[in-house]
Design a protein around this ligand. Structure first.
Ligand code: HSE
Length: 299
């Protein structure tokens, strides 16, 4: 096979209390075509990241692709044309880096004859990225629970009832590394208990589509209190969604905010964008649904 198309969904990690162990796949996709041949390794980026992402071997897709070839001591293809059609906004807390890494690993795995299982691919993504929640959601779809401190990682994936999701993406750059650096090394036992019970309740509330329960459950004491101050308008955006009955949280490490709306998604989006605007931050808004479809490929 000389040609392959890889499609990977956006993901939202944590969902409030489920720090580093909950993820949700969203119906927003990056699609990348790989063609063996041409002259050298070339990358073309269209859509999100066009004009910003490197279009050479510095591209994260190529780096992930290369890392699998290196691991298998295989010879890299000399000529490979890669075309990325990106819909996932970069650096937003919607798993764009995870999508790039997975895209490269899935493509390399395909051209190497599929030596790695999905769990192996997950494990390799964790090695590259340091956390598992986005990758697990992208690889398995739906609402995903992941325990990544064991090998192989343990994954549970659940389908969800139809949910109306609003994600507001502020024009504000916050690298995940910085958003993790502000987190304390040690936590109070009461905060741990708070998050343990909320995490269990979030899973139940989402699976049942119980928005009332979700309002109570989607709360957190382990990461958001430390991250809100880094992202102007983010706490106000969460609170403005809550006032309209929509549970909300930072998407992953932020800076985006994800909210679960009722039939008032437009109102919720407007209130969240107003909160960012009041803090002097422009934003974009996405109306999304969960997807049960995971990363997939055609070759
Ligand atoms: N669980 C990670 C964090 C997700 O919150 O740092 C990053 O997208």
């Amino acid at each position: 096979m000389n040609e392959l198309m890889v499609t990977v969904p956006a993901t939202s990690a944590n969902l409030g209390p489920g720090f580093d162990c909950l993820g949700l796949a969203l119906d927003l996709w990056n699609t990348t075509t790989f063609r063996l041949g041409g002259d050298g390794i070339n990358v073309q980026v269209k859509g999100e990241g066009a004009g910003q992402l490197p279009e050479d071997t510095g591209n994260l897709v190529v780096q992930a692709f290369t890392s699998l070839y290196v691991r298998h001591e295989a010879t890299m293809p000399r000529d490979l044309q890669i075309e990325c059609h990106n819909l996932i906004p970069m650096g937003s807390g919607l798993g764009s880096s995870t999508a790039a890494i997975l895209t490269g690993l899935i493509a390399a795995n395909f051209f190497l004859g599929q030596p790695l299982s999905k769990l192996d691919l997950l494990y390799m993504t964790i090695e590259i990225e340091g956390h598992a929640d986005n990758a697990a959601a992208a690889l398995f779809g739906g609402l995903v629970l992941v325990a990544a401190d064991v090998f192989p990682p343990i994954i549970r994936s659940y389908s969800l009832p139809p949910l109306s999701i609003v994600v507001v993406v502020p024009k504000f750059n916050l690298p995940t590394r910085e958003a993790r650096a502000v987190l304390p090394e040690k936590i109070d036992r009461r905060d741990a208990i708070f998050n343990i019970n909320r995490t269990a309740l979030v899973v139940d509330a989402l699976r049942e589509g119980d928005r009332r329960l979700l309002m109570t459950a989607m709360d957190d004491r382990l990461h958001q209190p430390y991250r809100f101050p880094l992202i102007p308008g983010s706490q106000a955006a969460v609170e403005s969604a809550n006032k309209l009955g929509a549970a909300a949280a930072l998407s992953g490490a932020g800076p985006s905010v994800i909210a679960f709306a009722n039939d008032n998604a437009r109102e919720v989006a407007a209130a969240m964008q107003a909160a960012f605007r009041d803090a002097g931050i422009d934003s974009r808004c996405y109306h999304l649904t969960p997807t049960m479809q995971s990363a997939h490929w055609y070759g």
